[in-house]
Write a protein of this length. Structure first.
Length: 157
């Protein structure tokens, strides 16, 4: 768990990498409950904690942390890898991601895979939007998606 400018972010890791990450919440206890884990903090000097703190104040950050995708399908892994290639402050459509992974016409399935993303921010599913420029969906809610995209756009300039 790490405190950021936008709230507490819960992190669950395994020996293979980050397994789950929550979006910021004001209540530390609710994050722990959501993850179903005991209290744990990332020290102020931990790399991931520092990068999350920087990210949530609008600074461009590259997350190159290991991610444990145990339990995800091969299709989901392909979608997540493609989403990770979207640069900070930019977006792609669900259809573009589907084409990138060699599955044209699978935009809806791409959206479903992104909806199951266990590590938002590290896998930047908020950077994927509808073909018409609409926001589409987001597990953290549309307002959170708008806020993240606006923060990244501002931080990129």
């Amino acid at each position: 768990m790490v405190e950021t400018a936008q709230g507490w972010v819960g992190i669950e890791a395994s020996e293979n990498g980050v397994r789950r990450l929550t979006l910021p919440a004001r209540n530390r206890k609710s994050v722990l409950t959501d993850l179903g884990i005991e209290e744990q903090d990332l020290s102020p000097g931990s790399g991931l904690g520092d990068r999350l703190r920087h990210y949530f104040v609008g600074q461009p950050v590259v997350f190159n942390d290991g991610i444990d995708l145990t339990g995800t399908t091969e299709f989901q892994k392909q979608v997540y890898e493609a989403a990770c290639r979207i640069p900070y402050g930019e977006t792609k459509s669900y259809g573009q991601l589907a084409e990138e992974i060699g599955k044209p016409g699978a935009a809806r399935a791409v959206g479903q895979a992104l909806g199951a993303n266990p590590v938002p921010i590290l896998i930047p599913c908020h950077r994927v939007v509808a073909a018409d420029g609409g926001l589409g969906g987001f597990s953290g809610g549309i307002k959170t998606k708008q806020k993240l995209l606006a923060m990244e756009k501002k931080g990129k300039t």
